[in-house]
Write a protein that binds this ligand. Sequence first.
Ligand code: NAD
Length: 498
Amino acid sequence: MHPRQCFPSLLLLIGAAMDKKVITLLRTQAFIDGAWVGEPRMPVIDKATGAEIARVPDMGAADAERAVEAAHRAFPAWSKLLAKERSAILRRWFELIMEHADELGLLLSQEQGKPLAEARSEIRYGAAYVELFAEEAKRVCGEVIATHKKDARVLVLRQPIGVVGAITPWNFPSAMITRKVSPALAAGCTVVVKPAEDTPLSALALAELAQRAGVPKGVFNVVTTSDPAPVGRVLTESPLVRMITFTGSTEVGKILMRQAASTVKRVGMELGGNAPFIVFDDADLDRAIAGAMASKFRNAGQTCVCANRILVQDGIYDAFAARLTEAVRELRVGPGTETGVTVGPLISSDAVRKVEQHVADAVAHGAKVVIGGKPAPIGGNFFEPTVMTGCTTDMRIAHEETFGPVAPLFRFSTEEEALRIANDTPFGLAAYFFSRDMGRCWRVAEALEYGIVGVNEGITSTEIAPFGGLKESGIGREGSHHGIEEFLEMKYTLMGGL
Ligand code: NAD
């Protein structure tokens, strides 16, 4: 055991503005083959204050290979457990996450930046996947197909695919892990997770609770690193890994798909988005404003499904712009752990720069900043919640994910025009629209080229529904009863000589 690990090491005292909190789930080593390993060297930073929270190991390809070998060794026994036995362990993991939700939320808020209430809600949301897949573990079924030969039977077995490599982003450091790991474990797979370099602590805390829940050694491994490419290469190119599941940018997703081609691995890709949020003249304005606020400003606009382009019809445009501006004025920017804060910091100074560039480019092309538009006066990586009117499709903000608290309003006249603009993107993750016309609701929902459509709803994420994108937003679905399918192979078995 590393010296940092004994001591009150595991007790991080946090002088958050609220009150003194003790985090017992702080782990400063990686988790491979059921052991805490590696020298804590890589600093993890509190995104609100810039202070160092802890250090974790900065691992490389050799460590990733060790983790893959451990997962490979653990696979036969884990996959042969009764589904009910795996289910009981997952259920216990879910209960432990819920018991520690406050502590996990505080850790998440610090390493990621989101307000504490949102962080706790992410913990509950992430735990719900573990609960769901604890149940789905017991419902994996094969098939018997009507035979083509009198003396034979045609069976389809469903079996776990094997070792899974999982690479996750910083914007949902807890839920993106449980959304991948719990269906994989439920199916009987073993997993090596590489969390984002900005947010490894939530991943390690989840591993600690999984161990306490009875997940055997080697079944769930976490490799931390500041240099993702070498670890990513092992996870995509090792013949021992049979699937790579990734959540992150489309750019990195394409690299991983190319690498995974060398061993023809299955891929699950949850990639970037450019969500349209369409408000028709016949919308319920109160509902549309509430939806826009939730969709746009949650996690300071750093979600893959957040409204990136707000398209508003002529007749309601001015009223919507005025009401949205009023609502945005009520937001409070500050450290996520401070009471009353609704918008935390962005993940990095680069992220702030990108948001500034999007705003500047929009203004240069004729947009008007109604509120916000610049880094917040409190300094750090905080950006003022922003509303811009007069946005047009020639602006960068229309084509790239802004990933910040900026609501750009685009004006349109007809349903056809709104659909043309909405679908004019290589992305296809989430879309939203607001209308009270039933015919339009069906037409537009069917015409939007997106994997997730919110009709009169600004937040759609739930463990019970299939989450995933079309086009360059991804391949495969996470969550719901479909989510476990991704981790199962189909084996056709012709049982002859009967
Ligand atoms: P990113 O692609 O930069 O990083 C995601 C993960 O990939 C991180 O763990 C990172 O370390 C790793 N990575 C980066 N380069 C790599 C390489 N060469 N090899 C292996 N791994 C590598 O994305 P990000 O900035 O962390 O996250 C934001 C992006 O994620 C946005 O585009 C967002 O839309 C997307 N996202 C999508 C979903 C979804 O479900 N579709 C959910 C959350 C975030």
